[in-house]
Design a protein around this ligand. Structure first.
Ligand code: PEP
Ligand code: MN
Length: 343
């Protein structure tokens, strides 16, 4: 059982709940988030009166949930959620395009990529300042200097920023610049990082671990939610299979499956899944057709010079076709391109 406290709940309200729960012989774990406090109950909860708890001061919701992920489950939250990033919606009524360079390299490259993203209809800018690279010799990102470039480009273009954080110690710094924190596939089960982003007070995009089941992915999201942050967007970015013709295998069935199991929005990354420029548009069409709530796509003004993932970045010539896909396909699914929704 999980008790979600309202934003207005006081420490006394939380203490009263804990005493009632403990009196029934059940353990209470209190997670204080920036936005909400959550009390998780462990033990035999059959003696607890959920209606009575619901009536206590400061309580917003009491959930009895059978799944191992409780807060992100759709079981007690039948409506699908909308997560807003700097005012931009990601959710069931829209298809949101997040685009930008894989990595922030220079101010000019980042601004050029942001303009390309806008030309394609993006309403959010992606770009990594901290890069989780497989090789320790590969470009690791510009760090805080990269975050400053992103902030300048946001000021110039008005695009809110989605950027990755790879280490729990950097969460506060990255959150002070970012509009949305990204947790990448290599950190998808870094539980200390998940807890830290859960406490940072910013929306989070959680990529699926490349070897994670959908249940493991949702439990990773639960780590974030448990810290009081329910502004989570799930991102399917391809999983490891025996196939070597593509960088990863895009699991399109993960989208409707995760949407059935969880109320969180689900988006697709066609760039990191296919790993090849020529696959990005077909996979974007597949993403929209399967009901994804958005796509996150790499674009680069000069991919041949890119310090990271050049072969999968869309170039200027691709932008018209991407814009057209984003304009034409969402209405067939009863959705609107987020760029057409006023924020
Ligand atoms: C990225 O989006 O820059 C990235 C590193 O993606 P992933 O974690 O999916 O590999
Ligand atoms: Mn990349």
């Amino acid at each position: 059982m999980v008790i979600v406290m309202g934003r207005e709940a006081t420490q006394d309200d939380v203490d009263s709940i804990v005493s009632v729960v403990q009196a029934a012989g059940v353990e209470a774990f209190v997670s204080r988030g920036v936005q909400r406090t959550i009390v998780g109950l462990v033990g035999d909860v059959t003696q607890l009166d959920a209606t009575g708890l619901r009536g206590m001061q400061g309580v917003r919701d009491v959930m009895r949930v059978s799944t191992p992920y409780k807060l992100v489950s759709r079981e007690n939250h039948p409506d699908r959620s909308v997560v807003r990033v700097g005012g931009v919606p990601i959710g069931p009524d829209t298809v949101t395009l997040i685009a930008g360079p894989c990595a922030v390299e220079t101010p000019e490259q980042t601004l050029d990529a942001a303009r390309m993203a806008q030309e394609a209809g993006a309403t959010l800018l992606r770009g990594g300042a901290y890069k989780p690279r497989t090789s320790p010799y590969a470009f690791q990102g510009l760090g805080e200097a990269g975050l400053r470039i992103l902030a300048d480009v946001r000021a110039e273009t008005g695009l809110p920023i989605v950027t990755e954080v790879v280490d729990a110690h950097d969460v506060d710094l990255v959150a002070s610049y970012a509009d949305m924190l990204q947790v990448g596939t290599r950190n998808a089960q870094n539980f200390a990082l998940l807890q830290a982003v859960g406490a940072a007070g910013k929306p989070v995009m959680l990529k699926r671990g490349m070897n994670a089941t959908i249940e493991e992915w949702l439990m990773a999201a639960e780590y974030i939610a448990q810290r009081g942050n329910l502004d989570i967007v799930l991102c399917e970015r391809g999983i490891r299979t025996f196939e070597t013709a593509t960088r990863n295998t895009l699991d399109v069935s993960a989208v409707p499956t995760a949407q059935r199991l969880s109320h969180l929005p689900v988006i697709i990354d066609p760039s990191h899944s296919g790993g090849r420029r020529d696959l990005v548009l077909p996979l974007t069409r597949a993403a929209i057709a399967v009901g994804a709530d958005g796509v996150i796509i790499d674009v680069h003004p000069q991919p041949e010079l890119a310090l990271c993932d050049g072969p999968q970045a869309l170039v200027r010539e691709d932008l018209g076709a991407l814009a057209q896909v984003l304009r034409d396909l969402p209405p067939l699914l009863g959705k609107t391109a987020a760029s057409a929704v006023s924020v």
